[in-house]
Write a protein that binds this ligand. Sequence first.
Ligand code: HEC
Ligand code: HEC
Length: 381
Amino acid sequence: MLERMLIGRIENRVLVGTVAFLAIMIVSGWVAINEGARMQAYQDLQLARSIENGAALYVVNCSTCHSSDGRGVQGAGPGLNNPQLFGYDFFPEMTQQITELNTEKKALQVERGHSDTTDARKAEIDARLEAINTEIEAVANQARSQVQAAVDMGYDPLQFSRTKNLGWVGTLDSFIFTTLVHGRPASAKYSSLGAMPAWSQAAGGPLRDDQIRDVTNYILNWNRDWTLDDLFAVRHFAVQPVDPATFVGASTEPSIAQEFNSDVDAVVAALATVVGDPQSGQTLYNGSLACAGCHVAGAGLVAPALEGTYTRIVDSRLTLPEFAGYSPEKYIVESILYPGNFLAPPAYPNAMTPNFADQLTLQKIADLVAFLETQTGPSPE
Ligand code: HEC
Ligand code: HEC
């Protein structure tokens, strides 16, 4: 009896041992097989937490201008919960058709430019080019008529991708992240609630980088199979700046304010690294920057005259004791970027606009300086 029990116990132990061994093998095999899935689950959990944190930050910091549902506030912050931000194309067939027409157009334009293209052929090409343009408009208008409500709000199905419209080459993730880091100072001009602020602590804002990541994840989490109802729910589509100067982030060049803070000497030193083009300086001066609006010709009532600016600076301004050690370049740069630092006599009724540091890139400053340096005639004042 005792013997049988003993044997029984030993048998039991062997059995238990074998079963345990097999169980361990199976479990560890199972774990090995599922390691990928487990990591995935872990990452999903991390992402879910990040999105949750981002949602909380969003409500507090962003909903005033972008609304709590992310569909935007009319006249202020654009919709972020928005098919256009995610580049969703509701009319892929139209896009295909227009791409083909544009390809044909380009080939014809190249052919037209060849020196051996006859006048007869040129006339043929011109007729076809005109027909292509009409065709493109017709195709686009047909698409537009299907989303008229959104078109009335400033949407264009030809411009279905926000990042493409802005010439952004990176991912949507990096687009959102950088926009949050730097803000869009120039948007003050067209947002009734003020500019998109810079959020990063590095740029003087209130959010840490991990918080900016969380908010970015929250916005990205809006991506889905978009419907026309989503499109119609958007209250404000982002402004498509006509002048790229108002959208510094589109180019790889940062604004003067972003790159140099308010260090005029650093800007002047950096000017040596770029070549200013007086011609485009003149275009900026008279055109998009509207300097000429104040600096009218002749003796200035509103601002010092354009003519003789350089002569006046060298012969008159720089002889003043406060400009000891200034180069003419430094004087010009400081006048444009920080007009409040020195007020040119006589007293003018209004100060110069102070926000050019946000709008200009180093290249544009170089162009403006190059243009003003051509003003070497006599100064009327
Ligand atoms: C004071 C109003 C205001 C607040 C607050 C604000 N934004 Fe903006 N935001 C804007 C404006 C205006 C624009 C459009 C800028 C432009 O068109 O250049 C913008 C643009 C954006 C864009 C780029 C969208 C695009 O299509 O170009 C993102 C992303 C964004 N905001 C996210 C946020 C997040 C996230 C927060 C909160 C942390 C936030 N914003 C807080 C006003 C605001
Ligand atoms: C809103 C009106 C206004 C606009 C716009 C404006 N300015 Fe001025 N600017 C002034 C006034 C007023 C002064 C003189 C007071 C001072 O020095 O700030 C001045 C002074 C200057 C001076 C110094 C001239 C001197 O004789 O001492 C330069 C250079 C200058 N502006 C360049 C520019 C450029 C370049 C732009 C466009 C990017 C521009 N300004 C846009 C009003 C304007």
